[in-house]
Design a protein around this ligand. Structure first.
Ligand code: DGJ
Length: 723
C-alpha cells in the first residue's frame, strides 16, 4: 500500500510503515518500523539543518560530492576524472513495478514507488523503485542508472539499498563461517568505525552470508540481496546519532562503463522489520516462500531423497547403485540422486568436469540405470557441476579458451578445477546444451547443481576487467532462467560445496539448497539455525548421514540424527548396505513419520527455540493446532538441572497433548499442557530429555522431539500414538 500525504510518501505492509519525506531536490527517511495507525504530526519528527556534514539527512543514497562523508552508495567517474555528482529528485510517483531485468527479481507485487533523480551536468538518471510486499512485511529497492548524456561514465559503485535511522545503540549481526561451518551468528555493536561484512570470491560464500541484521531497542531490521556473487554490507554510526547500513554487490575492482543511452541495474535489495527476531524471521520466511521461490516446486511437497555421495563417494558400480536404490525404495525414499562420478572418466576430483557424457564402464549405461531405478518406484535425480572444467577433460583439450584464465598467468586451482568463462555467450550456450542433454537423456526429475570453488582468474577478452563478475552472474542467471523454463517439472537443488551460495538470488531458480557438507547433528543445529533466520525451511536440505560422522568423527544415535534433520527438506546420505536390519527398520519408521508430517515440517511456521544452553526449532501449523519441536542441548554440564525451555507458536487458551518420540522411533503421550503454560512455563530440559532421549557419550548431545496436538476432535489421540 502506498500513501502520499503532501510531501510524505508512505509505504505500508501488513505490520510496518516506511515514511519518506520529499525535500526540494531529495527524498529522506523519516521512519521505518512498526505500523503507524495515524500519521498526524509527521512534520514534527524532523528538526532544521544547516547543511554541515554532521547534519545531513537520513539519505536514501549517498553520492560523491556534497557534505555527507560517510559510506557512499553511488560512485561514478567521468571522462575528465571528476567524480562529484548532484542528483536532484525530479519524479516521485507510484507506478508499475519494473520487470524483465537481466537479474532475478522478486515477484508478486505490481506497484512500486518510483523515485527518479537527474544529475544535470552529466545527464545521468538514477531511478530507485521502492516496493512494499505487504504480507511479507518486506520492502525492496531496485536501483538503476541510465546514461542520458552523450559521454561514457564509469560506475564504480551502485549499491542496492542504503538505510539509515536515528539511534546508535544497535547491534550488527552477521552469519559467518567457512566450508562445513556456515552461517554462525556473530554480534557486535555498531560503532563510529565502520563494520564491513563482505566477500570477494565471486559467490555469496560460506564465509559471510549477505543477510545481515541491525537490532536495537526498537526491534530488528534485516537486509539481504537477490545476488549470488561477491557482496558488501557495511554499518556505521556517527556522532550526530545516526546509524547507516549500505548493502550491495562487492568484489575487487568493480567498474562498469556506461555508454550513452545505456542502463545498469543493481541487484534488488530487501529489508524487513520485526519487533522481535521471531517476527523478522517470519517476514523473511514469507518473503522467500511467496516472492522468491517460484514455479512448480514453490509450495509442493518435496520428496524424501536418498543421495549416494557419502555412501560411495566416487567408488561405485552399477550394481552398487542399484542395490542402494533398492534399499532406499524399501525404506520409503522417493527420489534417488546419483551424485558425482557418473561422467567422463571421473574416478576422483582431478578429471572430467565439462565432459557431461556417460561413464559407461561405471554406470553400465546411464539412461538404462535411471530407468531401472524408476522401475523400483523411485524418481531419478542427477548431480552436475556445470560451471566448471577439469584440465584433464575432452572439453578443455578441445576448448581451452572456455576456461576462466588470465593469459600468461598460472590459474589458481581449487579442488583441482578451473571455472568456465560464463561471461562469454558461447560458453553459456555450451553449458545450457550440456545440461539439457543430460536431463533429457536421463529423464531426470531433479538436478543437484554443484559449485565447488571460488572465482579467482577473472578474464574475458571481450569484457572490460571491472565488469567481469557482473557479466558472469548475468550469464549464469540467464542459463538458469532458460533451464527452469525448459524443464519446469524438474526440481533444481543448489549446492556450492554445501551452503556456499545460499542466497535470495540463487533461490529464484533453486527451490532448495544443500545446506552444508557438514552433516554432524551437533554442528547442524547451529548451521540450520543460522540459515533459518532468513531462509524458509522448505529451501533447507537436511540429510541423515553415517555415524561416526564422516566429517567430524562424532558418534550420534540414528534417532538423534533424524530429530535434528527433520526441520527442513529431508533425506539420507550413507551406505544403507552397512546398516543392520534393525537400523533399516528404524529408518523406515522415520521416513513414514516424516511423510505423515511433511506438509507441516516443510511449509509450517518455523520458530526458533532458545533457552540457556538449549536450541532447536518448533514448526507449527498456520492455525497453531499442531506442532513438531526438536530441542537440543549441546555439551550438557554434569549436575546442571536448571536448563529450561519455553515453547512458542500455540493457539491461545487451549490444551495440547504432548507426545514424545521414542529412542528408536514411535510416539507416546507424555502429558497434556495448556498453551499458556507451554509458552510461559520454563520446562526443565532434564525431564524432557530423559523422557525421550538416548544418552550420547562421544558427542554430548541431548535431543528430544515432541509432537503437540491441540486437544480436540480433529486429533483423536490413538491415531497419533505409535508405540
Ligand atoms: C560437494 C557437495 O556439497 C557434496 O554433497 C557432493 O555433491 C560433492 N561436492 C561431490 O563432488
Amino acid at each position: 500500500m502506498y500513501r502520499i500525504r503532501g510531501n510524505y510518501y508512505i509505504l505500508e505492509t501488513n505490520d510496518t510503515s516506511l515514511i519518506l519525506k520529499r525535500k526540494e531536490k531529495s527524498m529522506e527517511y523519516v521512519y521505518y518500523g512498526e505500523k503507524i495507525s495515524d500519521y498526524t504530526g509527521m512534520e514534527l519528527m524532523e528538526g532544521e539543518r544547516d547543511g554541515w556534514g554532521n547534519q545531513t539527512p537520513l539519505s536514501l543514497f549517498t553520492q560523491c560530492g556534497g557534505t555527507d562523508f560517510r559510506e557512499p552508495s553511488l560512485l561514478v567517474r567521468f571522462g575528465d576524472g571528476s567524480m562529484a555528482t548532484d542528483f536532484e529528485l525530479v519524479v516521485a510517483r507510484v507506478c508499475a513495478r519494473p520487470s524483465g531485468e537481466n537479474l532475478p527479481l522478486a515477484y508478486g507485487a505490481e506497484k512500486s514507488l518510483k523515485l527518479e533523480y537527474v544529475d544535470r551536468p552529466s545527464g545521468l538518471k538514477l531511478t530507485l523503485y521502492y516496493t512494499a510486499f505487504e504480507k511479507a512485511n518486506t520492502i525492496s529497492v531496485i536501483a538503476r542508472l541510465h546514461n542520458g548524456g552523450k559521454k561514457e561514465a564509469t560506475i564504480l559503485r551502485l549499491s542496492s539499498l542504503q538505510y539509515e535511522k536515528w539511534g546508535v545503540e544497535e547491534d550488527f549481526i552477521t552469519f559467518d563461517g567457512a566450508w562445513g561451518c556456515e552461517r554462525r551468528r556473530h554480534e557486535r555493536k555498531v560503532s563510529f568505525t565502520k563494520i564491513e561484512n563482505s566477500v570477494f570470491g565471486g559467490s555469496s560464500s560460506h564465509h559471510h552470508n549477505p543477510f545481515v541484521m541491525l537490532k536495537g531497542e526498537d526491534g530488528a531490521i534485516g537486509f539481504n540481496l537477490l545476488w549470488s556473487g561477491s557482496h558488501r554490507e557495511t554499518a556505521e554510526s556517527d556522532l550526530s546519532g545516526r546509524t547507516r547500513v549500505v548493502v550491495g554487490m562487492g568484489g575487487n575492482g568493480f567498474c562498469y562503463r556506461l555508454g550513452a543511452g545505456e542502463d545498469f541495474t543493481a541487484p534488488e535489495g530487501v529489508m524487513a522489520y520485526g519487533r522481535t527476531e521471531e517476527e523478522l524471521r517470519h517476514a523473511f520466511h514469507t518473503f522467500t516462500l511467496e516472492h522468491i521461490v517460484r514455479g512448480k516446486w514453490q509450495k509442493k511437497a518435496r520428496p524424501v531423497l536418498f543421495n549416494n555421495w557419502e555412501g560411495t563417494y566416487f567408488s561405485f558400480t552399477r550394481e552398487k547403485i542399484l542395490s542402494l536404490a533398492r534399499k532406499a525404495a524399501e525404506v520409503g525414499a522417493e527420489l534417488f540422486v546419483l551424485d558425482d562420478g557418473w561422467f567422463g572418466r571421473r574416478d576422483d576430483d582431478r578429471t572430467s568436469l565439462g565432459d557431461w557424457t556417460d561413464y559407461e564402464e561405471k554406470t553400465g549405461g546411464l539412461a538404462s540405470l535411471a530407468e531401472e531405478i524408476r522401475g523400483m518406484g523411485l524418481k531419478f535425480g542427477i548431480w552436475m557441476e556445470p560451471e566448471m572444467v577439469s584440465e584433464d577433460s575432452e572439453l578443455y583439450r578441445k576448448h581451452p579458451e572456455y576456461a576462466m584464465k588470465i593469459p600468461k598467468r598460472e590459474p589458481t586451482r581449487m579442488r583441482n578445477q578451473l571455472m568456465l568463462n560464463l561471461a562469454d555467450p558461447q560458453v553459456q550456450g555450451y553449458v545450457f546444451r550440456a545440461i539439457s542433454r543430460v536431463l533429457t537423456m536421463t529423464k531426470a526429475s531433479y538436478l543437484k547443481w554443484d559449485y565447488n570453488r571460488y572465482m579467482t582468474d577473472c578474464f574475458d577478452k571481450n569484457t572490460p576487467g571491472g565488469e567481469y563478475e557482473y557479466r558472469y552472474m548475468v550469464g549464469l542467471y540467464s542459463i538458469l532462467q532458460k533451464l527452469t523454463e525448459r524443464f519446469p517439472n524438474v526440481l533444481f537443488e543448489g549446492c556450492a560445496s554445501g551452503g556456499g551460495r545460499y542466497d535470495l538470488g540463487a533461490l529464484c531458480y533453486f527451490s532448495q539448497m544443500w545446506t552444508s557438507d557438514d552433516t554432524d547433528a551437533k554442528e547442524r543445529l547451529s548451521i540450520q539455525s543460522g540459515t533459518a533466520i532468513c531462509y524458509h525451511q522448505s529451501t533447507m536440505g537436511n540429510h541423515v548421514s553415517a555415524s561416526p560422522n564422516e566429517q567430524t568423527g562424532n558418534s550420534c544415535s540414528l534417532e538423534n540424527r533424524f530429530r535434528v534433520a527433520l526441520g527442513g527438506v529431508f533425506g539420507y546420505e550413507l551406505d544403507l548396505e552397512k546398516l543392520s536390519s534393525e537400523e533399516l527398520e528404524e529408518i523406515k519408521e522415520q521416513i513414514s513419520f516424516y511423510k505423515e508430517y511433511r506438509e507441516l515440517l516443510q511449509f509450517g511456521e518455523y520458530h526458533e527455540i532458545t533457552g540457556e544452553g538449549v536450541g532447536g526449532y518448533l514448526i507449527s501449523s498456520a492455525d497453531g493446532s499442531m506442532a513438531i519441536c526438536t530441542i537440543a542441548s549441546q555439551g550438557k554440564e554434569f549436575g546442571r538441572s536448571n536448563v529450561r525451555v519455553k515453547f512458542v507458536g500455540f493457539e491461545e487458551k487451549c490444551s495440547y497433548h504432548v507426545l514424545a518420540r521414542g529412542n528408536h522411533g514411535g510416539v507416546k503421550e507424555v502429558g497434556v499442557a495448556s498453551s499458556d503454560l507451554l509458552k510461559k512455563g520454563n520446562f526443565p530440559t532434564e525431564i524432557l530429555f530423559s523422557s525421550a532421549n538416548p544418552r550420547e557419550y562421544s558427542n554430548p548431545l541431548y535431543v528430544a522431539t515432541f509432537l503437540f496436538l491441540k486437544v480436540c476432535a480433529k486429533y483423536p489421540l490413538d491415531k497419533f500414538v505409535k508405540e
